[in-house]
Design a binder for this molecule. Structure first.
Ligand SMILES: Nc1nc2c(ncn2[C@@H]2O[C@H](COP(=O)(O)OP(=O)(O)OP(=O)(O)O)[C@@H](O)[C@H]2O)c(=O)[nH]1
Ligand SMILES: [Zn+2]
Length: 484
């Protein structure tokens, strides 16, 4: 078994970058206010020896004032040390993240012959980020520190603010949604397509609409769809993975961007992902990201599908997604997005703005606004949205569906705002709604509570010892060694 030299991950507890920024960064000062004193914690149950050491380290030595500020997306740190770099999280598995370096310290660039940009680093997430619930997602731009350039390891120290994040699949900083349908097999159907488009529009992320399997129908059918979809407000790209038609245009649209493909089953999403990666007839690469570094045996043991003895449920069952680097630059998520659009983020009031046709009617007529601000555009007097467009009936149909859902929410939870309800996918994938707790900012965590949650999390690690036993887990072993 290959044992990574993860010791080096833990050497620099307080990276110079953060110490430096603390002097002038207002966000940092706010963020660190509540954590300045040393925590004073009582323990409920005796944890195992090695974790006890880890806890002691966290609760006595850790300086909480270095809690990381949220970095603005276009902030470029000029004071990166030799062991720091900026990168993009391309994949995550168990406790590890694969980060591709995008910006390196200038010193490194000068002194070494080859650039470190593009280097893949195997990283852990700095414990304090987990404690303050700063989740690191695939797609996140991050600061990596404590880098060992030889062994290609590091520790994620901070996360830049996201331009967007989507939940299905969980990816940050998505630049584009590629809505993929096929003209045949399965046949293109306007209502299903509209549902996907509305769901995509509701993310606010730019959309490209592509229609695959174009080789299966004649030119007339393509041109009819082209006319129709243009009247909806889209410029469809026709393509065929089989005949390679249109793949170059698609590749150039996706260049230098992070893209998630969405669309129904069977339209060719996986085939297209493979084609754009020039990997004909191969499985989408998901599983071997970490193997070269971790050694597959060890990694297998950490994988999805292990069943917890306690809960009887699978652990780590969250969907793993990786960003696959595209030849011409940019990334493609290997996991297609929302296979069944739920439209849960869409309200009666917001639905209209997700129809380009309605947007155009309202936008084109600066002074000709609807008589009422909250007009639903269903034929109210003074409404400027007339019924002379193809998808008007579909708008009604979706409005009806959303109205029924909102009434159900109102009856069940006393609120119809999507934000107040969260949906848990329960057994057998059935969605269950439950009222959301008060937003976090109204229940600011006390220091004691934060400290307790640190201990709780470490206790959870204790509980998970079947999964992360210290002899086999390089990180726990490193922690243990460091504290000896
Ligand atoms: N005729 C034709 N068939 C295609 C084309 N692209 C993909 N297919 C076939 O369509 C079928 C479905 O392709 P997939 O790539 O699995 O589709 P998918 O969208 O990933 O499907 P799910 O995994 O169910 O979501 C496969 O049999 C492909 O070979 C194409 O351009 N033309
Ligand atoms: Zn109106």
């Amino acid at each position: 078994m290959q044992i990574p030299s993860s010791l080096s991950l833990f050497r620099h507890r307080t990276p110079t970058f953060f110490r430096h920024r603390q002097n002038h960064h207002p966000l940092l000062i706010t963020a660190s206010k509540h954590h300045q004193n040393q925590p004073n914690v009582s323990r409920k149950q005796p944890p195992s020896k090695n974790l006890l050491k880890a806890k002691k380290n966290l609760t006595s030595k850790k300086d909480f004032s270095t809690l990381s500020p949220i970095l603005s997306p276009d902030h470029t740190p000029t004071d990166l040390s030799d062991s720091q770099a900026i990168g993009t999280v391309a994949a995550s598995q168990a406790n590890f993240m694969r980060v591709i370096v995008t910006t390196e310290p200038e010193k490194i660039e000068d002194s070494s012959s080859s650039s470190k940009v593009g280097t893949e680093l195997l990283c852990v997430v700095r414990a304090v980020l987990k404690k303050i619930k700063r989740r690191v997602l695939v797609g996140d731009k991050v600061v990596v520190g404590s880098i060992d350039w030889v062994d290609r390891r590091g520790m994620i120290e901070n996360v830049f603010q996201r331009s967007s994040d989507i939940l299905d699949p969980p990816v940050a900083n998505v630049d584009r949604l590629l809505v993929l349908f096929s003209v045949e097999q399965p046949q293109l159907e306007s209502f299903v397509l509209t549902r996907f488009l509305i769901e995509a529009e509701s993310t606010g992320i730019p959309i490209t609409l592509a229609l695959n399997k174009a080789e299966l129908v004649d030119q007339q059918v393509l041109s009819d769809w082209d006319t129709r979809l243009r009247s909806w407000g889209y410029e469809p790209l026709f393509c065929s993975v089989d005949s390679k038609m249109g793949l170059d245009s698609l590749a150039s649209v996706l260049r230098d961007q992070t893209t998630v493909i969405v669309g129904p089953s069977g339209v060719g999403k996986s085939s297209l992902i493979n084609a754009l990666r020039n990997k004909p007839n191969s499985q989408v690469e998901v599983d071997n990201w970490f193997d070269p570094i971790m050694g597959s045996k060890w990694f297998e043991d950490q994988r999805v599908g292990k069943v917890s003895t306690r809960s009887g449920r699978g652990k780590h069952t969250t969907r793993n997604v990786s960003l696959l680097p595209l030849g011409g630059g940019g990334y493609l998520a290997d996991t297609p997005g929302f296979s069944q659009p739920s439209l849960l983020k869409v309200t009666k009031q917001s639905l209209a703005q997700y129809f380009p046709e309605i947007r155009k009617m309202l936008g084109d007529n600066e002074q000709a606004k609807c008589a009422f601000n909250d007009c639903l555009h269903v034929g109210e007097p003074g409404c400027i949205v007339k019924g002379d467009w193809e998808r008007y009936p579909l708008y009604f149909q979706l409005l009806d569906e959303i109205r029924i859902r909102e009434e159900f929410q109102l009856r069940t939870f006393g609120t119809k705002r999507e934000d107040d309800v969260r949906y848990k996918v329960g057994d057998m994938g059935v969605q269950q709604a439950e009222p959301r707790l008060e937003p976090k900012k109204h229940r600011r965590q006390s220091r004691k509570r934060i400290n307790q949650s640190i201990l709780d999390e470490l206790n959870e690690l204790d509980d998970d010892e079947d999964l992360l036993d210290d002899e086999n887990d390089p990180i726990l072993r490193a922690l243990k060694n460091e504290n000896l």
